[in-house]
Design a protein around this ligand. Sequence first.
Ligand code: HEC
Length: 158
Amino acid sequence: MRSTRGSTLNRLLPVIVLFVVFAVGLAFPLSNFFVVRKTVVDVSNNRDFAPVAKILQSSCVDCHSVTPGLIAHPYYASFPIARDTIARDMLEGQKSFKLTQDQVSGKEPISNIDLAKISTVVEEGSMPPIRYKALHWDASLNQQQRAAILKYIVSRRN
Ligand code: HEC
């Protein structure tokens, strides 16, 4: 009796382990759909900027802003490997350029220098970094979002 039960467990063990690994793995990206982030309302009165305000909040502010409410910390932010990666990304990201809350809301314009940098990374498709997109499934820029950012940048040149 005992040996039968034992072998059933032995056969099921790999399946159970796979399931647990799968569930734990999925918990990381799925949790990011539930993190709370302050929503900044667009006050620019500029139709070209309106979509950009949303994209910056869904895809960029975590690493390129220092305003506490704008940054959403995932629950795994204190886990050993994640902690260092996240801290380094935020530090390096903020060194490259910073978005204030007033810039995200459109109250203050983003500088031309920063717009030029943004234009480059959007055309390259290099932002957000892949490691971030792997865990933030709604952060990748789709074709429309990229077009919206570039359209706004072109409109600022006129
Ligand atoms: C996971 C954190 C993270 C997110 C999210 C993120 N970035 Fe970055 N960003 C970085 C890091 C780190 C760097 C500096 C190193 C590098 O260039 O890869 C950087 C650099 C940049 C630069 C400077 C590039 C240069 O060559 O000067 C720009 C512009 C930029 N990011 C724009 C964006 C935009 C726009 C978004 C949203 C669509 C975004 N980033 C989302 C981490 C991030």
